[in-house]
Design a protein around this ligand. Structure first.
Ligand code: ZN
Length: 295
């Protein structure tokens, strides 16, 4: 048997999400993840699966899956046959199957990223979800969840991301060792590096990990909290704003930037509003040129 290090609570949650819809016995979950399984149950993150048909035999050294039979005559209930002979009775924890309740886990991940807008949306069935647009860390960014982010799924995810958002985004993934994906404005990061689960079952976000993931680095020489890239910030504001919101004077643009990026310094608001103005003028010119060439 290979030794596996104990997982942290958030790593256990990620592993549960990564399993997807495949049922597992409550006993197996406890043996792998420990007491945190109780917390998952209380949070409604686990739901009952179909009745167990196989059980992990705990009587042989190597361990193997054994088919369950039902003994209705003696009232002993479910049992399996042990290789060395005889029967072993299955207890309740071995019979109770659980499946991750993604319909409850996803809203919890979303809530941890608040303030957040837009509804949850499944982008690729069972693989990629839009959690919403978060303004955590003073920047509007798209938050997504991806599971099983490897092989064919990775190609699918890469193809879908630009259609979900043009602005910066973080793809939180349950895949423990995901490929280092930096696709355009998107970064793929394991959930366990972005969030934490406390003993009360509450999810917390690690803001500096989000900032690092989004590329908002702190530069000491230039002053505390200055974003490394105002361009990214300006593009994010444009992506999140409606045409009506952008169609305003300089003071209006500054107000818009202030309301979208409340965590930044006044000076930064000014610089981003300037960048925003330039980009809007450029976009307007481009549109004129395109219209002109069609004639
Ligand atoms: Zn056995």
């Amino acid at each position: 048997m290979t030794w596996r290090r104990p997982l942290s609570s958030i790593e256990a949650l990620a592993a549960l999400v990564e399993r997807g819809e495949s049922p597992v016995s409550f006993a197996q979950l406890v043996s792998r993840f420990g007491d945190v399984v109780q917390l998952f149950d209380e949070n409604g993150w686990l739901k009952r699966g179909p009745k167990a048909q196989f059980v992990r035999c705990r009587l042989c050294n190597e361990g193997h899956d054994a088919e369950l039979s039902f003994d209705g005559e003696t009232g002993h209930g479910y049992y399996w046959c042990v290789v060395s002979g005889g029967r072993a009775t299955a207890d309740e924890a071995e019979l109770e199957m659980r499946v991750v309740a993604l319909e409850c886990v996803l809203p919890a991940l979303r809530d941890a990223l608040a303030p957040i807008k837009f509804s949850l949306r499944e982008e690729i069935p069972g693989v990629l979800w839009l959690l919403g647009e978060s303004t955590r860390c003073g920047l509007a960014w798209t938050a997504m969840l991806a599971r099983a982010a490897h092989n064919d799924n990775l190609a699918l995810i890469l193809e879908r991301l630009p259609r979900v958002s043009a602005g910066p985004g973080l793809v939180l993934t349950s895949t423990p060792t995901p490929p280092m994906l930096d696709s355009g404005p998107f970064r793929l990061r394991p959930i366990a590096t972005i969030m934490d689960l406390d003993v009360d079952g509450i999810l917390h976000v690690n803001e500096s990990a989000i900032k690092a993931g989004l590329g908002i680095a702190r530069d000491r020489r230039r002053g505390r909290g200055r974003p490394a890239d105002f361009e990214t910030e300006a593009l994010a504001v444009i992506a999140a704003a409606s045409v009506e919101e952008l169609n305003c004077d300089d003071a209006g643009l500054l107000d818009l930037v202030r309301s979208r990026l409340p965590g930044l310094e006044t000076k930064s608001h000014g610089v981003i509003a300037e960048t925003l103005k330039k980009r809007i003028i450029e976009a307007a010119n481009e549109r004129c040129l395109r219209v002109g060439s069609q004639r």
